[in-house]
Design a protein around this ligand. Structure first.
Ligand SMILES: NC(=O)c1ccc[n+]([C@@H]2O[C@H](COP(=O)([O-])OP(=O)(O)OC[C@H]3O[C@@H](n4cnc5c(N)ncnc54)[C@H](OP(=O)(O)O)[C@@H]3O)[C@@H](O)[C@H]2O)c1
Length: 361
């Protein structure tokens, strides 16, 4: 197959199919449409979460599929192969949100030297951040030596950046300790990296027993605790819980153990996507679990700091992170339809935390 797309059954993410797509030359583009060839993308638990939360947040609507199937979005790099009658230029490369497919048809609007917005009707009601594509120039902050890092880590690192700032902005909710679940995940260790860099707080990494040694080896957490030993922790001081795992049983054990000393319970992810049974979060002792919404904090800083300062802060932190991350995790380069499908299954079932994946098509 020269042109293909990986789809999953929306109600059962373990079931996939690879379908053949028509060649780009066979497409009849509507006025204002262009074709971008998807070259490479990263794949982590974050993408699995897009599938798990597909119906709630609308992730399935970015790249609609037929029947029971859905197309999971990924962060990647694409090249314009047919600009149609748009302001895009053939050969220009864009970083953004793509399906796991050979190409994407877009309807570019607001085309500038920074990038464009996909104005396709079916994406109109979705969060604007995901509809923006950045032109990969040095002026736009792209260091092309780090394309794989950008695809794999950047969206997760920026979430860590915003969380670090959010906690600081709320005076850490008067907590003495910050506990991060799925401490081995890239989003959690990005946050742990930033808390260590920026703040003097005691940070606890909560992880599975199989990943404890890895989490300890990173040296980012003051303490590493496994999910089955939450009850052994000192519960006398206030804690802020930042939940990347979304595991209801773990959430329950943290809230019951720390009780009213849970001053913040911030839901960010669901890496434990198959462990969602358990008590309704609203019935737990301590602060009510709430979902974190990064754009709110970004917009706040946009207003307070201005876009230049915000961008510079992110860029400085990212550059420092790049100096360290290869010492913790190896990026595996994979290629083609078969390896894409195999890697998806590997990530779905919980890949080793010291390995990450960049797929080329
Ligand atoms: N709300 C937002 O804006 C936002 C933004 C970015 C990321 N996130 C979320 O943050 C979470 C982390 O994403 P990531 O890409 O950083 O993850 P990642 O690095 O791929 O996470 C890997 C870790 O997740 C746990 N895990 C993964 N698959 C599992 C499975 N099948 N069973 C049990 N544990 C599993 C394991 O950690 P442990 O053993 O340590 O639990 C594993 O080491 C995702 O849910 C993502 O959606 C949210």
């Amino acid at each position: 197959m020269n042109n293909y797309c990986l789809e999953v059954i929306r109600a059962d993410l373990t079931q996939t199919r690879t379908i053949e797509l028509p060649g780009p030359a066979e497409l009849t583009l509507a006025h204002g449409e262009a074709v971008i060839s998807v070259k490479r993308f990263g794949l982590t638990a974050n993408n699995i979460t897009y599938g798990v939360a597909g119906d709630i947040i609308g992730y399935w609507q970015f790249f609609p599929a037929e029947g029971d199937y859905g197309r999971i979005p990924v962060w990647g790099v694409g090249t314009v192969i047919d600009p149609g009658q748009t302001d895009l230029k053939a050969g220009d490369e864009y970083y953004g949100y793509y399906p796991m497919a050979s190409y994407l048809v877009v309807k570019p609007t607001h085309v500038t030297a920074r990038g464009f917005t996909d104005g396709a009707e079916h994406r109109g009601a979705l969060p604007p951040t995901y509809n923006q594509y950045s032109l990969m120039t040095a002026a736009n902050g792209f260091d092309r030596q780090h394309d794989s890092h950008r695809m794999v880590y950047y969206p997760l690192f920026i979430t860590g950046f915003v969380l670090d700032d959010y906690l600081f902005d709320h005076d850490f909710f008067n907590a003495d300790k910050i506990i991060l679940s799925s401490a081995s995940s890239k989003t959690s260790f990005s946050l742990a990296f930033l808390l260590k860099r920026n703040r003097e707080r005691h940070v606890v990494g909560l992880t599975s027993s199989g990943n404890k040694a890895f989490v300890e080896s990173m040296g980012l957490y003051d303490e590493v605790v496994t999910y089955d030993t939450v009850e052994t922790m000192d519960a006398s001081s206030n804690i802020a819980y930042v939940d990347m795992a979304g595991n209801r049983k773990v959430l329950e054990s943290v809230h019951h153990h720390f009780g009213d000393n849970v001053t913040c319970s911030c839901g960010v992810g669901i890496t434990h996507w198959d462990s969602r049974d358990g008590a309704e979060p609203s019935n737990l002792p301590g602060a009510k679990p709430t979902m974190f919404f990064a754009p709110t904090q970004i917009q706040k800083r946009h207003k307070e700091w201005g876009p230049e300062k915000l961008q510079a802060e992110m860029q400085n932190a990212w550059t420092e992170f790049l100096d360290s991350v290869d010492g913790w995790v190896t990026i595996n380069e994979r290629k083609g339809a078969d390896q894409m499908r195999e890697t998806y299954q590997e990530v779905l079932h919980g890949a080793a935390p010291d390995q990450s994946f960049a797929i080329s098509l």
